[in-house]
Ligand binder design. Structure first.
Ligand code: SF4
Length: 239
């Protein structure tokens, strides 16, 4: 076990645990937007910055990426951290001034307005959707494209993706609800910042309800080698 101190509390942690892991395990709050336990950390949003001290040197690190070390001293809420988080939040608020999740978090961190030029986005480019699609779903239907101010999350060539299965996982994990999906009749609509996609839903043989995208069910059947009729019935009607 590794011994470290967070906000004056002496703690023990497994090797390879990150500072964020240990903080969460010990009910120490560190704000995050781009973190999700289901995928590898990425350090995109920079909200989880903490201050570490080793050998008389202090510096800020992303707690979702920084692995614990013996004797490490961590502060999660110094004035320097608060100033950095407020700066990050001001930048996010300028990028997404009309997004409820960003407005709420900004308020929570004491940021009421931003001094940066206002844009009108919903996506903060945290790539959580991209990572979930790739690492959890195993599809890689979306990615971050372009550089600098033109950076965007998109499907290839901004066209409806051939490989997207309409599962909606990207929408579930998006911290700012920049991706939306809804089922209307026999169709699932997925709306991304740069395009819309439609997927036909499978109808349950027993109750007649439309319940999941055919493409998603076909993908699961192939991936785990199920019988072709494995999803003829919805979960409610399965025996
Ligand atoms: S809906 Fe499409 S883009 Fe979103 S996670 Fe599923 S496969 Fe990936």
């Amino acid at each position: 076990m590794i011994k470290l101190t967070i906000d004056g509390r002496k703690l023990k942690a497994e090797e390879k645990a990150t500072i964020l892991d240990v903080a969460r395990d010990n009910n120490i709050y560190i704000p995050t937007l781009c973190f999700n336990e289901a995928v590898a950390p990425y350090g995109a949003c920079r909200l989880c910055l903490v201050e570490i001290a080793r050998g008389g040197r202090k510096r800020l690190v992303a707690s979702c990426l920084y692995e614990v070390e013996e004797g490490l001293q961590v502060k999660t809420n110094s004035e320097r951290i608060a100033n950095n988080r407020r700066l990050v939040m001001e930048l996010l608020l300028a990028r997404c001034p009309n997004n409820r999740a960003i407005q709420d978090l900004a308020r929570q961190l004491g940021v009421e307005k931003t001094s940066f030029k206002l844009e009108d986005n919903q996506c903060i480019l945290c790539a959580l959707c991209v990572r979930v699609c790739q690492e959890v779903v195993g599809v890689s239907a979306i990615s971050l494209v372009n550089r600098g101010v033109d950076r965007q999350m998109a499907t290839p060539f901004y066209e409806p993706s051939d490989v997207c299965i309409g599962c909606g996982s990207c929408a579930y994990v998006c911290p700012t609800q920049a991706i939306k999906f809804e089922d209307v009749g026999d169709t699932r609509l997925i709306t991304m910042p740069n395009n819309k996609m439609e997927f036909k839903l499978k109808r349950c043989k027993t109750c007649g309800n439309y319940w999941a995208p055919k493409k998603q069910l076909d993908y699961i059947i192939k991936k785990v080698d199920l019988a072709s009729d494995a999803f003829d019935n919805c979960p409610d009607c399965r025996g």
